[in-house]
Design a protein around this ligand. Sequence first.
Ligand code: MN
Length: 248
Amino acid sequence: MRILISNDDGYFSPGIEALAAVAREFGEVTVVAPERDRSGASNSLTLDRPLSVRSAANGFLYVNGTPTDCVHLAVTGLLEHRPDLVLSGINDGANMGDDTIYSGTVAAATEGYLLGLPSIAFSLERRGYKHLDVAVDFARQVIERWVRRPLEGPVLLNVNIPSRDAETVRGLQVTRLGRRHHAEQVVRDRNPRGDVIWWIGPAAGAREAGPGTDFHAVEQGWVSITPLDIDLTCNRQIPNVEGWVAAK
Ligand code: MN
């Protein structure tokens, strides 16, 4: 089995090293990842300049582009063979609910999915890589399950692992995405030269976080697995918009 791995934290991150190590237990691994932290890059492609691919001492390939660039480049020309599986992560911090829209970790997996490959994104709840060993363990379980019994149809899975000791993790739970509150306010500040600058504020807390959501599962000590799709159509609005368009 050929496995392509990317992330959004950069090719040097402990999370991607750990994921590559565990993936090697299952097959031939190629890492193509951004040269710097591109968290929050979402699904952006670099179209205004060419991209370069360089090789790190450990064999990881790194690109001066986004997570989406990395997977796109790898699958559409850089790799000699089409991978059988695309993995992303292990991200430094959760990607649940609305985070999935902004996440570069999820975006790397999404690009694999859009190119017709089964893809899985892994994120560890709290930043700082404490309990990375637990995340690795569950990544192994998910990959193992996949190898034994691949899911049918196009597959994009978003996996979030709680930051806690292995003994207290309760297992895998299939979830749907929750929702966050609207974003916190931007932070207004001044740079050392006195100019006004703005920082995007932190993500807000969970709003829709009841049973069945990824937020709830992870909070309760479960590893959440949310199958994702990329059809943005709002089906419940179609009749309304039809009526609105037809009205005189
Ligand atoms: Mn990240």
